[in-house]
Design a protein around this ligand. Sequence first.
Ligand SMILES: *Cc1c(COP(=O)(O)O)cnc(C)c1O
Length: 222
Amino acid sequence: MSIAANLKHLWAELPEGVQLVAVSKFHPNEAIEEAYRAGQRIFGENKVQEMSAKYISLPKDIQWHFIGHLQTNKIKYIIPYVTLIHGVDSYRLLSEINKYAVKADRVVKCLLQIHIAQEETKFGFNYDECQTMLSQGTWKELSNVQICGLMSMASNIDNVDQIKKEFSQLHDFFLKVKQEYFSDFEYFTELSIGMSDDYKLAIEEGSTLVRIGSRIFGERYY
Ligand SMILES: *Cc1c(COP(=O)(O)O)cnc(C)c1O
Protein backbone atom coordinates (compact mmCIF):
# COMPACT_ATOMS: atom_id res chain seq x y z
CA MET A 1 0.00 0.00 0.00
CA SER A 2 1.07 3.56 -0.67
CA ILE A 3 1.69 6.20 1.98
CA ALA A 4 -1.44 8.06 0.82
CA ALA A 5 -3.54 4.90 1.06
CA ASN A 6 -2.19 4.12 4.53
CA LEU A 7 -3.06 7.63 5.66
CA LYS A 8 -6.59 7.50 4.28
CA HIS A 9 -7.13 4.23 6.05
CA LEU A 10 -5.96 5.72 9.36
CA TRP A 11 -7.88 8.99 9.06
CA ALA A 12 -11.07 7.00 8.51
CA GLU A 13 -10.46 5.18 11.79
CA LEU A 14 -9.76 8.20 13.97
CA PRO A 15 -12.70 9.51 15.96
CA GLU A 16 -13.46 13.23 16.19
CA GLY A 17 -10.95 14.89 18.52
CA VAL A 18 -8.07 12.50 17.85
CA GLN A 19 -5.23 13.90 15.74
CA LEU A 20 -2.65 11.93 13.82
CA VAL A 21 1.05 12.68 14.25
CA ALA A 22 2.78 11.02 11.28
CA VAL A 23 6.11 9.85 12.67
CA SER A 24 8.55 10.38 9.82
CA LYS A 25 11.87 9.76 11.63
CA PHE A 26 14.49 8.07 9.43
CA HIS A 27 12.30 8.52 6.34
CA PRO A 28 13.39 10.84 3.53
CA ASN A 29 11.78 14.11 2.46
CA GLU A 30 10.13 12.35 -0.50
CA ALA A 31 8.09 10.18 1.87
CA ILE A 32 6.98 13.25 3.85
CA GLU A 33 6.10 15.08 0.64
CA GLU A 34 3.90 12.19 -0.42
CA ALA A 35 2.10 12.29 2.93
CA TYR A 36 1.84 16.09 2.66
CA ARG A 37 0.28 15.89 -0.80
CA ALA A 38 -2.27 13.44 0.59
CA GLY A 39 -3.20 16.11 3.17
CA GLN A 40 -1.20 15.23 6.29
CA ARG A 41 0.18 18.29 8.10
CA ILE A 42 1.45 17.08 11.50
CA PHE A 43 4.76 15.21 11.50
CA GLY A 44 6.76 13.81 14.40
CA GLU A 45 10.55 13.49 14.62
CA ASN A 46 12.85 12.37 17.41
CA LYS A 47 16.22 13.85 16.41
CA VAL A 48 16.85 17.60 16.54
CA GLN A 49 19.20 17.72 13.58
CA GLU A 50 17.00 15.59 11.36
CA MET A 51 13.85 17.55 12.21
CA SER A 52 15.55 20.91 11.61
CA ALA A 53 16.91 19.80 8.23
CA LYS A 54 13.45 18.63 7.20
CA TYR A 55 11.85 21.84 8.50
CA ILE A 56 14.17 23.90 6.32
CA SER A 57 13.49 22.05 3.10
CA LEU A 58 9.80 21.16 3.40
CA PRO A 59 6.59 23.27 3.21
CA LYS A 60 6.25 25.84 5.96
CA ASP A 61 2.70 24.94 6.95
CA ILE A 62 3.88 21.59 8.30
CA GLN A 63 3.47 21.35 12.08
CA TRP A 64 6.55 19.71 13.58
CA HIS A 65 6.16 17.74 16.79
CA PHE A 66 9.31 16.74 18.64
CA ILE A 67 8.73 13.28 20.12
CA GLY A 68 12.25 12.29 21.19
CA HIS A 69 14.44 12.85 24.20
CA LEU A 70 15.43 16.53 24.08
CA GLN A 71 18.88 17.47 25.32
CA THR A 72 19.10 20.93 26.83
CA ASN A 73 21.99 21.99 24.58
CA LYS A 74 19.79 21.39 21.50
CA ILE A 75 16.63 23.17 22.60
CA LYS A 76 17.59 26.38 20.84
CA TYR A 77 17.58 24.75 17.39
CA ILE A 78 13.91 23.78 17.47
CA ILE A 79 12.42 26.64 19.49
CA PRO A 80 11.86 28.94 16.49
CA TYR A 81 9.51 26.56 14.71
CA VAL A 82 8.42 23.56 16.81
CA THR A 83 4.64 23.18 17.34
CA LEU A 84 4.64 20.74 20.27
CA ILE A 85 7.38 19.13 22.38
CA HIS A 86 6.03 15.77 23.57
CA GLY A 87 8.78 14.43 25.81
CA VAL A 88 9.39 16.89 28.65
CA ASP A 89 10.57 14.67 31.48
CA SER A 90 12.05 17.05 34.04
CA TYR A 91 11.35 20.45 35.53
CA ARG A 92 14.83 21.50 34.48
CA LEU A 93 14.09 20.74 30.84
CA LEU A 94 10.80 22.65 31.06
CA SER A 95 12.50 25.70 32.52
CA GLU A 96 15.29 25.56 29.93
CA ILE A 97 12.71 25.40 27.15
CA ASN A 98 11.05 28.44 28.75
CA LYS A 99 14.34 30.33 28.78
CA TYR A 100 14.86 29.88 25.04
CA ALA A 101 11.18 30.52 24.32
CA VAL A 102 11.47 33.87 26.12
CA LYS A 103 14.50 34.78 24.02
CA ALA A 104 12.66 33.82 20.83
CA ASP A 105 9.52 35.62 21.99
CA ARG A 106 7.40 32.50 21.43
CA VAL A 107 5.05 30.50 23.61
CA VAL A 108 5.98 26.84 23.25
CA LYS A 109 3.53 24.02 23.88
CA CYS A 110 4.83 21.02 25.81
CA LEU A 111 3.61 17.67 27.10
CA LEU A 112 4.95 16.01 30.24
CA GLN A 113 6.25 12.53 29.54
CA ILE A 114 5.11 9.88 32.00
CA HIS A 115 6.83 6.54 32.40
CA ILE A 116 4.18 3.81 32.46
CA ALA A 117 5.96 0.91 30.77
CA GLN A 118 7.56 -2.06 32.47
CA GLU A 119 10.86 -1.54 30.66
CA GLU A 120 13.46 0.38 32.62
CA THR A 121 14.91 2.21 29.65
CA LYS A 122 12.12 4.59 28.73
CA PHE A 123 12.31 8.21 29.82
CA GLY A 124 9.71 10.06 31.82
CA PHE A 125 8.38 11.10 35.21
CA ASN A 126 6.72 8.41 37.28
CA TYR A 127 3.32 9.39 38.69
CA ASP A 128 4.72 10.54 42.04
CA GLU A 129 7.48 12.62 40.51
CA CYS A 130 5.02 14.32 38.18
CA GLN A 131 2.59 15.02 40.98
CA THR A 132 5.38 16.44 43.15
CA MET A 133 6.61 18.70 40.37
CA LEU A 134 3.11 20.00 39.69
CA SER A 135 2.30 20.55 43.35
CA GLN A 136 5.43 22.67 43.80
CA GLY A 137 3.76 25.13 41.45
CA THR A 138 6.82 26.98 40.14
CA TRP A 139 5.95 25.81 36.62
CA LYS A 140 3.19 28.44 36.70
CA GLU A 141 5.86 31.15 36.68
CA LEU A 142 7.29 29.93 33.38
CA SER A 143 5.72 32.55 31.13
CA ASN A 144 6.57 31.08 27.72
CA VAL A 145 5.73 27.40 28.02
CA GLN A 146 2.27 25.86 28.13
CA ILE A 147 1.84 22.39 29.59
CA CYS A 148 -0.85 21.08 27.23
CA GLY A 149 -1.11 17.53 28.54
CA LEU A 150 0.70 14.24 28.96
CA MET A 151 2.58 11.84 26.69
CA SER A 152 3.58 8.25 27.22
CA MET A 153 4.52 4.89 25.74
CA ALA A 154 3.06 1.59 26.87
CA SER A 155 5.18 -1.50 27.41
CA ASN A 156 6.50 -2.97 24.20
CA ILE A 157 4.69 -6.30 24.58
CA ASP A 158 1.81 -8.26 23.05
CA ASN A 159 -0.22 -8.50 26.25
CA VAL A 160 -3.33 -6.45 25.40
CA ASP A 161 -4.63 -6.44 28.98
CA GLN A 162 -1.37 -5.05 30.31
CA ILE A 163 -1.26 -2.29 27.67
CA LYS A 164 -4.91 -1.41 28.34
CA LYS A 165 -4.19 -1.23 32.06
CA GLU A 166 -1.22 1.09 31.55
CA PHE A 167 -3.20 3.42 29.27
CA SER A 168 -6.24 3.41 31.50
CA GLN A 169 -4.23 4.28 34.64
CA LEU A 170 -2.57 7.08 32.71
CA HIS A 171 -5.96 8.39 31.59
CA ASP A 172 -7.13 8.44 35.23
CA PHE A 173 -3.97 10.30 36.22
CA PHE A 174 -4.50 12.76 33.35
CA LEU A 175 -8.03 13.54 34.56
CA LYS A 176 -6.83 13.85 38.13
CA VAL A 177 -4.02 16.33 37.45
CA LYS A 178 -6.21 18.23 35.02
CA GLN A 179 -8.71 18.80 37.81
CA GLU A 180 -6.16 19.40 40.54
CA TYR A 181 -3.68 21.67 38.78
CA PHE A 182 -5.02 22.81 35.42
CA SER A 183 -8.60 23.88 36.04
CA ASP A 184 -7.53 27.46 35.21
CA PHE A 185 -5.56 26.37 32.14
CA GLU A 186 -8.00 25.44 29.40
CA TYR A 187 -5.19 24.33 27.09
CA PHE A 188 -4.45 21.23 29.18
CA THR A 189 -6.31 18.89 26.83
CA GLU A 190 -3.88 16.49 25.15
CA LEU A 191 -3.14 12.88 25.90
CA SER A 192 -0.45 11.65 23.49
CA ILE A 193 -0.62 7.86 23.52
CA GLY A 194 -0.77 5.19 20.84
CA MET A 195 1.68 3.99 18.20
CA SER A 196 1.35 1.66 15.18
CA ASP A 197 0.73 -1.45 17.27
CA ASP A 198 -1.44 -0.05 20.05
CA TYR A 199 -3.22 3.06 18.77
CA LYS A 200 -6.65 1.42 18.83
CA LEU A 201 -6.29 0.60 22.52
CA ALA A 202 -4.97 4.11 23.16
CA ILE A 203 -8.00 5.69 21.49
CA GLU A 204 -10.30 3.59 23.65
CA GLU A 205 -8.42 4.93 26.68
CA GLY A 206 -8.75 8.60 25.81
CA SER A 207 -5.91 9.41 23.41
CA THR A 208 -6.14 12.77 21.62
CA LEU A 209 -2.86 12.42 19.68
CA VAL A 210 -1.69 9.15 18.17
CA ARG A 211 1.94 8.97 17.00
CA ILE A 212 2.13 6.54 14.11
CA GLY A 213 5.18 5.76 11.99
CA SER A 214 5.62 2.32 10.48
CA ARG A 215 1.94 1.84 9.68
CA ILE A 216 2.18 4.88 7.39
CA PHE A 217 5.71 4.84 6.04
CA GLY A 218 6.65 1.17 6.36
CA GLU A 219 9.55 -0.30 8.27
CA ARG A 220 12.43 1.93 9.33
CA TYR A 221 15.98 0.95 8.46
CA TYR A 222 18.28 2.35 11.10
C1 LIG B 1 9.11 5.95 16.67
C2 LIG B 1 8.11 6.48 17.62
C3 LIG B 1 6.73 6.33 17.38
C4 LIG B 1 6.15 5.62 16.19
O1 LIG B 1 6.38 4.24 16.25
P1 LIG B 1 5.69 3.21 15.23
O2 LIG B 1 5.69 1.93 15.98
O3 LIG B 1 6.54 3.19 14.01
O4 LIG B 1 4.33 3.72 14.95
C5 LIG B 1 5.86 6.90 18.31
N1 LIG B 1 6.30 7.55 19.40
C6 LIG B 1 7.61 7.69 19.65
C7 LIG B 1 8.03 8.42 20.88
C8 LIG B 1 8.56 7.15 18.80
O5 LIG B 1 9.86 7.30 19.07
